[in-house]
Design a binder for this molecule. Structure first.
Ligand code: 6PG
Length: 479
């Protein structure tokens, strides 16, 4: 066995296999390994002509096949399977070697693993990889964390296999130390959930309020995809909506059960946001909408509840309504990204990661599920002002929302009147209106807290904390 492989991939399910092929197709010699050796041999038999593969049957063979410092990519299920693989390989490695975890790991696990392996002198590089099977093969968006030292040797390889944005820039950046890469990937997925939910709401409104058919809605999405909403998710939405079920001849979307599943990364985004105190209401509504859809018994039991009497739009009004939905979708999308980037900024501060938000937007322009023309605007906004308090503070986005807001509100009025649920659109608008409000009813909340629990409040006109003697003469005391 030669020790010539420049990189190794263990875990040859579809993502691992495609990533290994991507390295090989880009001229790297790749050692491949899987728990069951049959998969390893099948990969080499089927795709061996794409590049240089070194098939390894055992962990020892795999490690021996790698040039030093070793670069070992693990592509196994997040959680315990990842720990098991690390336990297997770490004792065989030497200081300076790198383990790259390309799975959807929780960033807290990545922080723990990085710390443990650092004590052995091994670099642990928790890396977000987005783009599904096709991205892994043809060029994903890659979000590595870990040490600067590891990125120096790994970065050029990742740049080579990554997607390239329209301007040719590789969609990979060193996100920051330890868990930064997996944190960024987690928020990517949260935004992915929000994007999908908003698109689903737009579809629902076009169908229920305007009365368009799925095929007609597909055409509307195709038109939108020519404009500022140009994105992978809008593109595939049109494909899904125009697809006809071969067995029944019905629109495919009508024969799929309406219960959305999830593997958990969107939920993590919300859980962590709660801990960090960041309002990601759009992402939360997207997660809850999936949960609600899955409560079939509850939904069954609620079918008879009263709703409004519905007046479908006339032919003449339909097209104008569709234009308004585009405005509502775009404005809500700006809010989702505002919330997601706020979470990355808060995580970066909490864990001292120093994440460059503009660089994150830049690497999401290609390869990943949320890739969109829009991300170039976000990159430009952060490039113009790295300390932008929020995306809504960017003049361009603020102006677009100002233009969209009347239609956004009109769409929500129609949705409310016709009884179509729009948790994503509504949460986005509520966030926008709350942020721009001069005064919030939080003052009343503080008064209530002081009334029942003497929790104190601060005044608008003087420094300090105060308490009103609610049960007594209602005079105020300094707390
Ligand atoms: C990606 C995706 C991917 C994710 C799927 C499924 O970036 O390629 O985010 O990592 O696992 O989208 O997610 P759910 O099953 O939770 O919808």
């Amino acid at each position: 066995m030669s020790t010539s492989a420049q990189i190794g991939v263990t875990g040859l399910a579809v993502m691992g296999r495609n990533l290994a092929r991507n390295f090989a197709r880009n001229g790297y010699s790749v050692a491949v390994h899987n728990r069951t050796a049959a998969k390893t041999h099948a990969l080499v038999a089927e795709f061996g002509d794409e590049g240089t593969f070194v098939a390894a049957e055992t962990a020892e063979e795999f490690v021996a096949a790698l040039e030093r410092p070793r670069r070992l990519v693990i592509m196994v299920k997040a959680g315990e399977p990842t720990d098991a693989v690390i336990r297997e390989f770490a004792p065989l490695l030497e200081p300076g070697d790198m383990i790259i975890d390309g799975g959807n790991a929780h960033f807290a696990d990545t922080r723990r693993r990085e710390k443990e392996l650092r004590e052995q002198g091994i670099h642990f590089v928790g890396t977000g990889v987005s783009g599904g099977e096709e991205g892994a093969l043809l060029g994903p968006s890659i979000m590595p964390g870990g040490s600067v030292e590891s990125y120096a040797t790994l970065g050029p390889m990742l740049e080579k296999i990554s997607a390239k944005a329209a301007d040719g820039t590789p969609c990979v950046t060193h996100c920051g130390p330890d868990g930064a890469g997996h944190f960024v990937k987690m928020v990517h997925n949260g935004i992915e959930y929000a994007d999908m939910q908003l698109i689903a709401e737009a579809y629902h409104l076009l169908r229920e309020v305007a009365g368009y058919s799925p095929a007609e809605i597909a055409d509307i999405f195709r038109t939108w995809n020519q404009g500022r909403l140009d994105s992978y998710l809008i593109e595939i939405t049109a494909e899904v909506l125009s697809h006809v079920d071969a067995a029944t001849g019905k629109p495919f979307v009508d024969i799929v059960q309406d219960q959305a599943e999830q593997k958990g990364t969107g939920r993590w985004t919300v859980q962590i946001a709660l801990d960090l105190g960041v309002p990601v209401s759009g992402i939360a509504e997207a997660v809850f909408a999936r949960s609600l859809s899955g409560h079939t018994e509850l939904r069954e039991a609620s079918r008879g509840l009263a709703g409004p009497s519905v007046t479908p739009l006339g032919e003449a009004e339909k097209a104008a309504f569709a234009d308004k939905v585009e405005q509502a979708l775009y404005a809500s999308k700006i809010v989702s990204y505002t919330q997601g980037f706020h979470e990355i900024q808060a995580g970066s501060e909490e864990y001292d990661w120093n994440i460059d938000l503009g660089a994150v937007a830049a690497i999401w322009r290609g390869g990943c599920i949320i890739r969109a023309a829009f991300l170039d605007r976000i990159r430009a906004a952060y490039d113009a002002r790295a300390d932008l308090p929020s995306l809504l503070s960017d003049k361009g986005f603020a102006e677009e929302i100002a233009t969209a807001q009347d239609d956004w509100r009109a769409v929500l009025v129609a949705a409310t009147q016709q009884g179509v649920p729009t948790p994503g659109f509504s949460a986005a608008l509520a966030y926008y209106d709350a942020l721009r409000a001069e005064r919030l009813p939080a003052a009343l909340t503080q008064g209530q807290r002081d009334f029942f629990g003497a929790h104190t409040y601060r005044r608008t006109d003087r420094a300090g904390s105060f308490h009103t003697l609610w049960g007594g003469d209602r005079s105020e005391v300094s707390a």
